[in-house]
Ligand binder design. Structure first.
Ligand SMILES: Nc1ncnc2c1ncn2[C@@H]1O[C@H](COP(=O)(O)OP(=O)(O)OP(=O)(O)O)[C@@H](O)[C@H]1O
Ligand SMILES: [Mg+2]
Length: 339
């Protein structure tokens, strides 16, 4: 049976690094690098006080081994960084690639140091500042305008199929008990059932889901939300591009705005997009935003949102209209719901 890195010893890491990277330093310590579900992500500390991040994608979800997951996702992640870091701004906001073991699905990337992500935004105790918001949009500007060589393809199809199910299909099934929503927020199950029973809404989601598979020549991150943005002593970095592919840029913008809606930072984020991003299909952005808001409230990929039924119901009502109409303005003036 294959031994994944969660069962490796210091000497297993040392042997692997010697073979792959030609590096002979002694591993003094290895620890989980930070919160994550999908992969094994460790920080290796060496005798000389340097450190690296090692990330492995097993053929299942690291935290939930019963759930299968496409094992080449680390290769997609690596490919994204290789393509994106051709641009100076993107390189400045990405970790460095140090080595890839395609067989064992292991990547070594530079350690950005002790980092915090932006999960705290969901608590609505602190607003995202305008400067950070601008940087986040500026990153997407650089990413989406990058020309991709005609020789390159980037489908990441297995990861996309997985995401497609969880975003566009499963949250809209009338009969589905994947999650006990009343245990999350009393009263939420009935609000979610209204969404699930809405056949027009389901049709809108299916139609949008087809666009998720549209081929383009634009590299997109594919999971542009607060857990992929990290703050370090060296500034803001964007990580975890395992869902990347050549697709519609409106997907990144929609997901970005969805999480700004969920954390009640919509206005500042929309203004940043309008000021910096330039032309895009706002109706499509609005629809991708809406579908993401819906699935984050009603389906299994839950977030530490403010646990307030009125807030969640308000966002569901707004999102179900927006998914049908593409009107982004529906998200203006959301009440503040600090926990
Ligand atoms: N290069 C890095 N430098 C410093 N810390 C890192 C680095 N890469 C990852 N981390 C830390 O490890 C955590 C998990 O990493 P990452 O998000 O890449 O893993 P994941 O398993 O893909 O997560 P998820 O299940 O959310 O997709 C990050 O939130 C961050 O705290
Ligand atoms: Mg990930």
């Amino acid at each position: 049976m294959t031994k994944f890195i969660n069962n490796w010893s210091s000497s297993d890491f040392e042997i692997h690094m010697r073979e792959l990277l030609g590096q002979t330093t002694k591993v003094e310590e290895f620890k989980i690098a930070g919160d994550g579900n999908m992969n094994f992500t460790y920080r290796l500390k060496f005798e000389d006080k340097n450190s690296v991040i090692i990330k492995q994608s097993p053929p299942y979800c690291a935290r939930f081994p019963d759930i299968p997951a496409p094992e080449d996702r680390i290769i997609s992640e690596f490919k994204y960084y290789e393509l994106a870091t051709k641009d100076e701004y993107l390189a400045k906001h990405s970790p460095e690639l140090l080595g890839l073991d395609k067989e064992q699905k292991i990547a070594y990337i530079s350690d950005l140091g002790t980092a915090t992500d932006f999960e705290y935004l969901y608590a609505q105790e602190e607003k995202v500042d305008k400067e950070t918001c601008h940087k986040l949009v500026r990153y997407l500007v650089s990413l989406h305008k990058l020309g991709m060589p005609t020789s390159k393809e980037f489908d990441n199809l297995d990861m996309r199929k997985l995401n497609h199910e969880y975003i566009f299909e499963l949250p809209f099934l009338a009969k589905d008990n994947a999650i006990d929503l009343d245990a999350v927020t009393p009263g939420l199950a009935s609000a979610a059932q209204d969404i699930k029973n809405d056949v027009v809404l389901r049709a809108a989601s299916i139609e949008l889901g087809e666009l998720y598979f549209q081929k383009t020549r634009t590299l997109i991150h594919g999971d542009y939300y607060p857990m992929s943005w990290i703050k370090t002593e060296k500034g803001l970095f964007i990580i975890d591009p395992e869902f990347a592919f050549f697709g519609l840029p409106e997907i990144d913008l929609g997901v970005f705005l969805a999480h700004m809606v969920l954390s009640n930072n919509f206005e500042v984020a929309l203004n940043a997009v309008k000021e910096i991003y330039g032309p895009c299909d706002f109706q499509l952005v609005a629809k991708f935003c809406a579908v993401e808001v819906i699935r984050r409230i009603t389906y299994v990929s839950q977030l530490p949102l403010v646990n307030n039924l009125a807030f969640k119901k308000d966002l569901l009502t707004r999102s179900s209209i927006t998914l049908k109409t593409g009107e982004i303005e529906n998200y203006e003036n959301i009440d503040h719901h600090a926990s």
